[in-house]
Design a protein around this ligand. Structure first.
Ligand SMILES: [Zn+2]
Length: 199
């Protein structure tokens, strides 16, 4: 099954719709602990830790803790780049590329969502009932995936998800709300993955 997902995602990158991740969905980070290191220089580097704190949500814990470690096996390597891209969940190799020039807080938070195991909201199983298109690509031409890390059906479609592109257009009367941080439902997904609970 993992191979199928990997092949489908490769096809998606190459043929259908640009996505910012390039491997299959890994597992959850052991104990919710995410060691990370940085490689290269970034402008506004403090935005990385600011975005990490958003996912930890100390006011209502998500079970996640990011902490610095020397680079090595099992450590998320954050790479200075000119694009945004990340692996999904915990893998043999865990990388997150950040555009060192723009260092957009919302983009960093989005990529960290992938690192923790989230896929795009516009690619969930029922996206076609909520989204018309993203960046003029019709929803029927965007591959849908079932996230193996939690039961998506237990959470409603989230028009305010940081995992939606702001270029997506709603098909319903509920508009897509562009956010700079994770929504309440995004955080509920993380709790569902790491604390085995649903709201
Ligand atoms: Zn993405």
């Amino acid at each position: 099954m993992k191979y199928i997902i990997a092949i489908m995602i490769v096809l998606t990158v190459g043929c259908k719709f640009p996505v910012d991740y390039d491997v299959s969905v890994g597992s959850r980070w052991p104990g919710g602990m995410v060691p990370y290191c940085t490689s290269g220089s970034f402008s506004n580097e403090e935005r990385i830790t600011d975005s990490m704190r958003e996912w930890e949500d100390a006011g209502n814990p998500t079970g996640i803790e990011f902490y610095p470690e020397p680079c090595g096996p099992g450590v998320l390597t954050i790479i200075s780049s000119l694009e945004y891209k990340a692996t999904i969940g915990y893998n043999e190799t865990n990388v997150m590329y950040l555009d060192r020039l723009s260092m957009s807080t919302s983009s960093i938070t989005h990529e960290l969502g992938h690192v923790l195991g989230l896929l795009h909201e516009f690619q969930r199983y029922d996206a076609k009932y909520h989204v018309k298109d993203c960046a003029t690509t019709g929803i029927d031409n965007i591959a849908q995936f079932d996230n193996p890390l939690y039961i998506e059906e237990n959470l409603q479609f989230d028009y305010s998800s940081i995992m939606l592109y702001n270029a997506c257009v709603s098909i319903t009367s509920t508009p897509i709300t562009y956010r700079y941080g994770p929504s309440d439902i995004d955080l509920a997904k993380i709790r569902a993955i790491y604390m085995d609970i649903y709201p």
